[in-house]
Design a protein around this ligand. Sequence first.
Ligand SMILES: Nc1ncnc2c1ncn2[C@@H]1O[C@H](COP(=O)(O)OP(=O)(O)O)[C@@H](O)[C@H]1O
Ligand SMILES: [Mg+2]
Length: 361
Amino acid sequence: MSPVPNPAASSSAPPPAGSSALVHQPIIIETQDLRKVYRTGFWLKAAPPSLKQCSLEIYKGETFGLLGPNGAGKTTLLKLLLGIIRPTAGGATLMGQPAGDSETKANIGYLPENPYFYDYLTGWEFLSYTAGLFGIRGIEQRRRINELLDLVQLDMRSASKKQMRRYSKGMLQRVGMAQALMNDPEIVFLDEPMSGLDPTGRYQVREIILSLKEQGKTLFFNSHVLSDVEKICDRIAILDQGEIVCIGEIKQLLGNPDYYKVQGKGGSLDILDQWLADITFANGYWHGTLYGNPFEFMATARLMNATVAKLAVAKPTLEEFFMEQIQQRRQRRTDADSQRPAVRKLQKKKKKRTLSKPVAG
Ligand SMILES: Nc1ncnc2c1ncn2[C@@H]1O[C@H](COP(=O)(O)OP(=O)(O)O)[C@@H](O)[C@H]1O
Ligand SMILES: [Mg+2]
């Protein structure tokens, strides 16, 4: 058994008062028991649910990251929120209106996972077309496109002279981001905005997201690049096989450290053994895990002439936490599935016994 406390166990509990300023903001996106079952093939056979009983509340001004492995249901949830697809059950509201409401759509920006661009248009022409859809024309249109090109850092020459079929993935992502922001939306949905980008491209997308955050926009984005998520999100949810595994602030989810990794030299092994767990030796150092008070341990180390080279909080990274949550959830499912036949067998036996009982009278 891992000695690491399960932070997910406490994630459903309300955050302590004052732990986040965001909880005092109004709810801007809400889903209740949202469920989606796709029907495919000629007979419209129901596939396993892509989203199950998903209930979420997103606060105004929040940067919310939805994480999950491929096929977890992230894009499905985003499309449901945008009203692109309809739920099988449950509901969602954006700014108090049902998802898909046409007035609300005017206040939403969306960067799809694999945006399709008109290859033979230049970036400028494409943005001009998008602006037209929102009724932005003339000088106002030029001003807005210039502003957006500046924000997404796409140079004017490439934007106005180059056709988009000649753009790199990073440049296309910038154009996509600019079109998503054309209407100065209140909520911005980004589906895997960093995927396929090199480190510089990822850094720049992160900077754009942070500048939108500064402007007070609500950002909802899907990602499997955990390091980026860790840097920009106020809260995250982990989705696996259509189920929300946990949700909360990263700091809160990773939990408070209650043990330390220690490395040192010298001292008495008998005494070290009383203080440290999992002692190993490598490169002339002993290594171990300390569950006790670090100050008292340091005092003991001095008394036994040991040199402590390192004493660090053993906090899981978001990546470790993510893997642990997914593994634990899948293990729980396997356990539940393996118990099911036994329960069925028992029920069958009981039924048989009831049937074979002689009827009284
Ligand atoms: N249009 C569709 N028709 C049928 N099944 C779909 C459709 N879109 C997604 N799915 C299925 O739903 C599940 C979740 O997909 P998706 O939401 O795209 O996951 P993610 O974005 O997390 O990778 C997958 O099993 C996928 O095959
Ligand atoms: Mg997806």
